[in-house]
Design a protein around this ligand. Structure first.
Ligand code: HPA
Ligand code: ZN
Length: 331
């Protein structure tokens, strides 16, 4: 099964670049930049990982970001992810980045995006991996801060395909950012938002995403299965759901295999993704293998999930058709 999964050309639509920061790189970059994170070795960083819910993960995730300072740091972070992606036979990525996690520490927006963009260009040339960047707003920060960052991004609009919403969802509903997302759409950005698993008010948040924000995709969205009319609406609109099984197992202690299977049965465009692979110790192929191991997913189901990711990607119809043909040839 691992060989079969590996052999399929794949797309990844839900991966936080800062969540691909491997302990060896955190350690080396912190040392290079003279930042003391309080760890004596990469092993000490791994030993400190203790994630059992979203906040416990986010605390560590934001702490490690302090090691990222220069354009070269953002380049190396991003390029290292693309090398992992290459090893997994990923051919297309729509990665997230969290500018507010960096500007809040005094790093310039241009520094962040220039390093990421240069790595995307090199990955295209050297590794044959295409990518389109998604800028996320931190929902536990203010709507004003999100709007400031949206405006900051406009000179780099050509380098960004869409905007997302991440960080702690509790008491930070989609509607808090209605104006920001409306402006983002007017600027030509695609829209997605995290609807994290088992969050407070999650069904209300999902309806806000659909009706008020009018998102083009939903990140996670597993709880939609609790509301048949929500499922129906998601299926009708052909909205993609970027589910992350291993991440879910860390934050809510289930790989959500039953939910993913159910989405496929209901004609919902579920996809499989890695979220924060360096922290959850599982890249994309590992996430599919987890489905096979914990949910007895068949090759046909895996193939459908892989195809869904290309179908709900923000590539052109022609590019999507080309990728689907390549999946069919490999499956
Ligand atoms: N959930 C919400 N916000 C995040 C995550 C996540 O898994 N990873 C990075 N930011
Ligand atoms: Zn995420």
């Amino acid at each position: 099964m691992r060989d079969f999964i590996q052999s399929l050309p794949k797309a990844e639509l839900h991966v936080h670049l800062e969540g691909t920061f491997e302990p060896e790189h955190i350690f080396a970059m912190a040392a290079r930049n003279g930042i003391d994170l309080g760890y004596e070795s990469p092993e000490a960083i791994v030993a400190a990982y203790d994630f059992y819910d979203l906040p416990s993960f986010l605390t560590f995730y934001y702490k490690a970001m302090h090691a990222l300072q220069t354009e070269q740091d953002f380049y190396e972070l991003t390029y290292a992810y693309f090398e992992k992606a290459k090893a997994d036979n990923i051919v297309y990525v729509e990665p997230f980045f969290d500018p507010q996690g960096h500007t809040s520490r005094g790093v310039a927006f241009e520094t962040i995006i220039s390093g990421i963009h240069r790595a995307q260009a090199d990955a295209r040339t050297n590794l044959g991996i295409e990518s389109n960047l998604i800028m996320c707003f931190l929902r536990d920060m203010s709507a004003e801060s999100a709007m400031e960052h949206l405006l900051m991004s406009l000179p780099f609009k050509e380098w960004i395909i869409g905007v997302g919403l991440d960080s702690d969802e509790k008491d930070n509903p989609p509607l808090k950012f209605a104006e920001v997302f409306q402006r983002a759409r007017a600027e030509g950005y695609k829209l997605t938002m995290h609807c994290d698993v088992n969050q407070k008010d999650i069904l209300g948040h999902m309806w806000e995403c659909l009706n008020e924000i009018q998102v083009d995709r939903i990140d996670h969205g597993v709880n939609s299965l609790e509301d048949p009319s929500l499922c129906e609406e998601i299926a009708k609109r052909g909205l993609g759901l970027t589910v992350c099984p291993v991440s879910n197992n860390f934050v809510v202690q289930t790989y959500t295999t039953d939910e993913i299977r159910k989405m496929l049965q209901l004609g919902m465009k579920a996809t499989v993704n890695s979220d924060d692979p360096a922290y959850f110790r599982a890249y994309l192929t590992d996430n599919f293998v987890a489905l096979a191991e914990h949910g007895e997913f068949t090759q046909a189901e895996i193939t459908q999930l892989v195809k869904n990711a290309f179908e709900v990607s923000w590539l052109s119809e022609a590019d999507i058709a080309e990728h689907l043909a390549a999946v069919n040839a490999a499956a």
